[in-house]
Structures are given as C-alpha cells and as structure tokens.
Design a protein around this ligand. Structure first.
Ligand code: NAI
Ligand SMILES: Nc1nc(O)c(N)c(N[C@@H]2O[C@H](COP(=O)(O)O)[C@@H](O)[C@H]2O)n1
Length: 284
C-alpha cells in the first residue's frame, strides 16, 4: 500500500502549505476571522458533480486520505445545504489509519431556511457520540416566522446548534459569517463546497481583494482527477459577472488589456497523489 495512505501524520506538503502541529498558525493581517482553506475535487473538465448533482467520487484513495488529513487539521468544516441534502456527508476523518490521531472538525452547514434533515448522518453521528455538534447557520429569525421557528426547535431537539447570521436574498453573508465563527472559537475553517458555496467564497475573495480589504480565503487546495464528466456535470463559477481570479504573475492568462486582475492567487505547491494532481495556491 502507498506510504501516503498508511502514514500517521499529514502529507508533508500539507504541513508546509498550511501549518504543522508544532508551528503557530500563519499570521494574517486581519485577526477577526478564521484562517480559511477553500478546497474541493474536480474533473479535468472542471466538474465537481455529475448530471443533476449526482455525487461523484473523483478523488483517488491517496488524495481522499489527504483530504481527511486536511479535515483533521481544521477546527470547522463548512458546506452548503445543497451538499448536505444531496450527499448526506459525514465530514469526518474515517479514512485516516486507525493508528493515527484522528480529530474530526466541527460540521458547519449554511442553511438559510433550516432545511437540514433531522435524520442526516451529521446529526446522527453527533447523537451517537462519534462527532462534534453540527452548527446550522440560518438567516435571522423573526417573531412572525412560525415555520422557521418550528424547524429551529426540531433541529435543536435533534442535536444542532443554530447560529443566526445576516443574509441577502437568502444567502448568508460571508463577510458577517467569518467573524461570527471566529468569535465562537473557529480559528481554522475548511470550506468544502458545493458549487454555490465555492462561487460565493470565490466572489467574496475577489470582492475583498478588489477593495483591498481583508480577504475571505487564505488558501485554495484543489484536487484534479484525470477524468472527464461531460457537459451535464455540475461545475462552479466565480460568483458573478466580471469576477476574474488570475494567477500572479500571470504570463499565461492573457495580456493586461484583456484580463482585469481583481485578485492574485500565488501558486505555492503542486503534488502528485496517486493518479490525481493537487494544486495549492495562496492569496496574498
Ligand atoms: N467534488 C467536490 O469536492 C464536492 C462536490 N460537491 C457537490 O456539489 C453539489 C452541491 O452544490 P449546490 O447545489 O450548489 O449546493 P451547496 O452545497 O453549494 O449549497 C448551496 C445552498 O446553500 C445555501 N446558502 C446559504 N448561504 C449561502 C451562500 N452565501 N452562498 C451560497 N449558498 C448559500 C443556499 O440555500 C444555497 O442554495 C452536490 O452535487 C455535491 O455532490 C459538494 C462538495 C464538494
Ligand atoms: N475531496 C473530495 N473528493 C471527492 O471526490 C468528493 N466527491 C468530495 N466530496 C465532498 O466530501 C463530502 C463527502 O464526505 P464524507 O465521505 O461523507 O465524509 C461530500 O459531501 C463533499 O463535500 N471531496
């Protein structure tokens, strides 16, 4: 079996691009939000799921184990309600060797209207004592909002903690979410998807860079699997018209005149993991 699958500590490259247990967290200009790692797996044609959102196992064994190491390194793991309903994920570190010190992050679900199922694996695992309590982030509740109050109560009874954060058009404001999570003790946050969440974080990243304010994402770690999904598959956008994220320096992305550089991603590492390629880029 490959050494990367059986080792008892994270792959070296992960510790070098993120942090290792015996190193302090990377210093950021702003300290009122978590360190944010945006990460997902995609096909060669840029798809993260199949037709109609069908969940695809794109990562091979080696990169999947790497993803579970990454999970173990973060305080929280964030997904959108689309992924929670579609995939019913566990978001734990079960692919790590039994001999490794496995710590699973706290699941955080962006669920503006409290649609999470009471019998989902995230809640079941918590009730069985094998996972941390999931936090469900919703839009602020108002007194007249009886249906949502009912769902809030049901979710709390099922084990969830409900966190209210301002939203616009039913999308939780990322700019308000991050300081809130930080104040609740999330120092490091892994954002796993899905498609709309990736687009929102990339858009927020672009917006904050554009205005030269604090960034929303620190590190982008993308696994690319050598497979083609086809046009029916689900991709991810950059979260809006005119949003462009370019690599800097960027000799291959076009001339200055045809590419407005809103934000700069700096390539820090490329790692081959089995048949997959993992790219790590950091935002400066
Ligand atoms: N290949 C990979 O690494 C991954 C693939 N996926 C795939 O992604 C697909 C799910 O993607 P989506 O349907 O887009 O669901 P999603 O997981 O991105 O959730 C989107 C929903 O979250 C809610 N939301 C609240 N605040 C939001 C905000 N600020 N920005 C965006 N959404 C917000 C909205 O109700 C929205 O419809 C599934 O097919 C899943 O298998 C999901 C995660 C990782
Ligand atoms: N790294 C990675 N590779 C893939 O091929 C994937 N499909 C995903 N998906 C993400 O992992 C979640 C499933 O997690 P569990 O196995 O249930 O712990 C899924 O919902 C996506 O967030 N990731």
């Amino acid at each position: 079996m490959s050494e990367s699958i059986t080792r008892n500590s994270p792959p070296e490259f992960l510790e070098s691009v993120l942090w290792s247990c015996d190193q302090p967290l990377p210093v950021r200009k702003d300290s009122n939000r978590p360190y944010v790692t945006l990460t997902f797996a995609q096909s060669l044609d840029g798809k993260i799921a199949g037709k109609g959102g069908k969940q695809l196992i794109l990562s091979g064994k080696e990169s999947m184990v790497m993803t579970h190491w990454m999970r173990s390194m973060h305080d929280g793991i964030l997904i959108g309600i689309g992924t929670a309903l579609n995939d019913d994920p566990q978001l734990n570190t079960r692919h790590l060797p039994v001999t490794a010190h496995r710590v699973s992050p706290r699941p955080i679900i962006l669920d503006s209207n409290l649609r999470l199922g009471l019998e989902c694996k995230l809640l079941k695992n918590y009730r069985q004592g094998s996972a941390m309590q999931p936090w469900v982030v919703c839009s602020p509740l108002h007194a007249e909002d009886r249906d949502r109050f009912g769902r809030k109560e049901a979710l709390e009874k099922a084990g969830a903690k409900i966190v209210e954060v301002p939203s616009h058009n039913d999308l939780i404001s990322i700019g308000d979410l991050l300081p809130k999570l930080y104040n609740l003790g999330i120092g490091t946050l892994m954002v796993e998807g899905g498609s709309s969440i990736i687009a929102s974080f990339l858009a927020e990243m672009s917006r904050t860079c554009d205005h030269n304010t604090h960034h929303a994402v620190d590190m982008l770690i993308i696994t690319v699997a050598p497979t083609l999904v086809g046009d029916d598959g689900i991709g991810y956008g950059l979260g809006g018209k005119g949003v462009r994220v370019s690599l800097a320096p960027s000799p291959r992305v076009g001339s200055e005149s045809d590419c407005t550089q809103i934000s700069s991603l700096h390539h820090v590492h490329t790692e081959l993991m089995g048949r997959d390629t993992v790219f790590a880029c950091k935002l400066l």
